[in-house]
Design a protein around this ligand. Sequence first.
Ligand code: DC
Length: 219
Amino acid sequence: MKDNIITIDGPSASGKGTLARNIADFLGFEILDSGLLYRVYAFLFESGLKHSQIPASIKNDVSFKSDKEGIVVLNKNIDITAKLRDESTAIAASKISSLAETRENLLTIQRNFYSPAGLVADGRDMGTVVFPDAKLKIFLIASPEIRAKRRQLELQNRGQEVNMHALIEDIKQRDLKDQTRELSPLVPADDSVLIDSSDMSPEEVLSFTKKLAKKEFNK
Ligand code: DC
């Protein structure tokens, strides 16, 4: 039984990535950003690969490296991180993630991220489908308005201007799609702890999660 796994699920821009990085640092666990994996999948598909070719390509050509800015992704030694973070890749990933073939192809790849040192897995279905036996499951939410504000800041930091109204609508639409899709919809696992970060700072979310983790992992 792999009992040193934490899953963090929730909608986009709910703060999952930041929490996952910080709690993984605190516990010395490895990290799986499954959304990034879906983005890699979409990128390879858009580059012309067939579904059947993508798992081998991820295994042989794609590497994930952590640096202080976050995760850097190389495809055949070319840095594709910025392209993966683009809105166009987010839209392609959202579309392709609803296909059974995509989800099946990524299931083993995601499980292979497990390390005996421990794993923090962030995504939409980490606690329900990919690691249903995880010891600690977090479901992180925040209001669409707060998440749009966070996303706006992120895009502005990259020199992109965005319309707040359009951003909120886009987030609501994508939530609805994620929550109502037939396969692995975005729903909390029955045994997950719900955290609403709308009125919490990242430090408060981290400190709350640290308390839960200390209890579960005797740290
Ligand atoms: O978290 P993100 O925005 O990087 O995720 C990109 C897309 O992948 C998003 O539309 C939802 C999808 N996704 C998914 O279906 N299942 C996951 N475990 C993670 C992401």
